[in-house]
Ligand binder design. Sequence first.
Ligand code: NAD
Ligand code: TYD
Length: 342
Amino acid sequence: MKVLVTGGAGFIGSNFIRYFLSAHAGVEIVNFDKLTYAGNLRNLADIDSQPNYRFVRADICDADAVDGVLAEGFDAVAHFAAESHVDRSIAGAREFIRTNVEGTWVMLEAARKRKVPRFLHVSTDEVYGSMAPKEMASEKSELAPNSPYAASKAASDLMVRSYVQTHKFPAIITRCTNNYGPYQFPEKLIPLMISNVLAGKKLPVYGDGLNERDWIFVEDHCRALDAVLQKGRIGEIYNIGSGRPVPNIGIVRSLLKLLSAPDGLIEFVQDRPGHDRRYALDDSKIRHELGWQPQVDLDAGLQHTVDWYRANGDWVREATSGEYQEYYEKFYVKRRATLAQL
Ligand code: NAD
Ligand code: TYD
């Protein structure tokens, strides 16, 4: 199976590439990524020179670049590339509309023309908006996005749906809850809190800290995406979650405990505008239909994540200083040229 992964230098994409290459023999992956601030090729330094993996630096909004790569022929596209941070979408939504909406349309159009047999669109539970206590969103729930990020993802989901309906395009949509784990950029809650503790900084908790998210360990998400890619039904939507929403303050306190740091580091700060109170998913469809279920419980996943961030101080330092952005030009391109000469 030859798969084009967009956004593979980001958090979930890089975890997916590593997982997919180790889970299946004889597969091939091309990683198509623009390397925005969220793309870090260091995330894949360990598999970089594998013969069945290749990186292409390009923008999903560049139709010629997308078509040029798809012309090679692929069995599937796994589309991760997106602007993904809610706070940034509040500060400015332009890039979210460009990459998430226009970029997804470019991918759909190119994949349709090249007759790609399977297109996995990786989306989010945030498209359903905030849930009341005990409420859960199923795949049939209405879309009610509240942040510009969520709205751009909902728009991309609808564009995918329209291609399925209008062009009989072979797409599948997944909507997953909040991921955490190794290689997550320290702007999202869990890696930000860990890296702040390690740097002796305060932990900014928005509002009253009682907003709930249903955290899933990134490898569990990758296993679910693999199952959908292999066995999911064309035209369907699959929710993916862990089934236990937790208040933010609970996550932050657990992290402080794991890091043996005092609760005094917590600082309640001004709430995020439009802050969704609670995300919760009914994901019984993927569990029953594809036999998937999460394997990593929250305590074990948080412990593993804290251990990883502790053991990878250089990655954290480079991610926070911005140094990682020089990696492509300074090391990756040079190393590739040297390898090519050998
Ligand atoms: P991320 O921000 O860590 O990575 C995004 C990647 O996309 C980066 O490598 C970036 O360079 C690349 N990219 C951005 N714009 C691009 C463009 N125009 N062309 C090519 N590449 C581009 O994101 P993530 O957290 O890994 O999320 C991946 C996908 O999963 C997104 O579609 C997101 O909406 C979805 N998702 C994320 C979560 C989560 O908790 N992080 C949960 C559910 C769904
Ligand atoms: P985040 O990781 O940004 O994911 P999302 O907004 O996509 O759910 O935030 C997770 C939760 O943590 C969300 O309720 C906002 C909150 N949060 C804080 O309280 N402080 C922070 O510094 C950040 C980044 C998030």
